[in-house]
Design a protein around this ligand. Structure first.
Ligand SMILES: [Zn+2]
Length: 281
């Protein structure tokens, strides 16, 4: 009798574990499905060929991974790889329970980032966090920004830049330029007005001492809500404000420097110092 009970209990345990694993997988799949749908919407709406290429790349190379414990940092277990692919990009939708996997994964979950690409040559990862903190449009924009890093890494776009800091900055310059361009297209005329207003504000300081004023999020947040729909969190308000600010800075640089090479250099320098000074959300 005791033995039978034990068998039943063991069976139940295995059953419960399998059930949890499959509901986890369903949740992870749902996060990917929903966020990819937002990225697709933006690619379709803007008809931007880089956004289209990034979304195509993500669909073709994505497979699902789940965080596991490993003393060497952020390791994953492949849960569903699907068919043969030209390139394998492991998408890791982070659930709250993954905080328990390891210190590194807990930090990844707690960090104030919506998504991030990990350029590990052994297996590149694209981590997506449960995204209740962002409205649909901004989920899509962030996915395309991170997808840009993933595609650039896969295609070795910035490989011939030897200096790693410079390589990273060019990678960011490309991703931010694209994100800014897409937001401008989606935001339409009202958004263009805000950008012009911000350009004016920045130009005042820039003329005086060649310095870029820091962002002023509260100044624009209500109008940004009107344009993009209500922001879902402080984090989202900060991201929207940062993109508006970056877009305006890029315009100020374009107005002040004629040569495309110099514009690119100035924009890269600006992004680098913004990161250093922590003006980036
Ligand atoms: Zn980036």
């Amino acid at each position: 009798m005791k033995r039978l009970l034990l068998v039943v209990l063991m069976f139940l345990l295995v059953f419960v574990q399998t059930a949890t694993a499959s509901s986890d997988l369903a949740q992870r799949k749902e996060i990917i499905k929903q966020e990819f749908a937002e990225g697709d919407k933006i690619a379709k709406l803007t008809k931007n060929e880089n956004a289209v290429a990034i979304m195509k790349f993500l669909h073709e190379s994505a497979f699902i991974g789940q965080p596991i414990y490993n003393k060497n940092g952020r390791t994953v277990k492949f849960v569903e790889v699907g068919g043969k692919k030209d390139y394998y990009l492991c998408i890791v939708p982070l659930l709250k329970k993954d905080r328990g996997a390891s210190k590194e994964w807990r930090e990844a979950y707690d960090e104030n980032l919506a998504a991030f690409h990990i350029p590990d040559p052994r297996q590149p990862l694209l981590v997506l966090k449960e995204r209740s903190q962002f409205s649909g449009t901004w989920q899509g924009l962030i996915l395309i920004h991170e997808g840009s890093h993933a595609l650039a890494f896969a295609a070795n776009v910035f490989n011939d830049i030897e200096d790693s800091l410079k390589r990273r900055t060019m990678d960011e310059l490309y991703a931010y330029s694209l994100e800014a361009e897409l937001a401008e297209k989606i935001g339409g005329q009202e958004y263009s007005k805000l950008i012009q207003e911000e350009v004016k504000r920045l130009e005042q300081g820039y003329r005086k001492n060649k310095e870029i004023s820091i962002p002023d999020y509260p100044r624009y947040s209500a109008r940004l809500d009107k344009i993009f729909g209500k922001s879902c969190s402080k984090l989202e308000t900060g991201v929207r404000g940062s993109i508006l600010w970056i877009t305006a800075v890029f315009h100020v640089i374009e107005k002040n420097y004629k040569s495309p090479d110099e514009q690119q250099q100035r924009k890269a320098d600006f992004l680098w110092s913004a990161y250093k000074n922590g003006n980036m959300q």
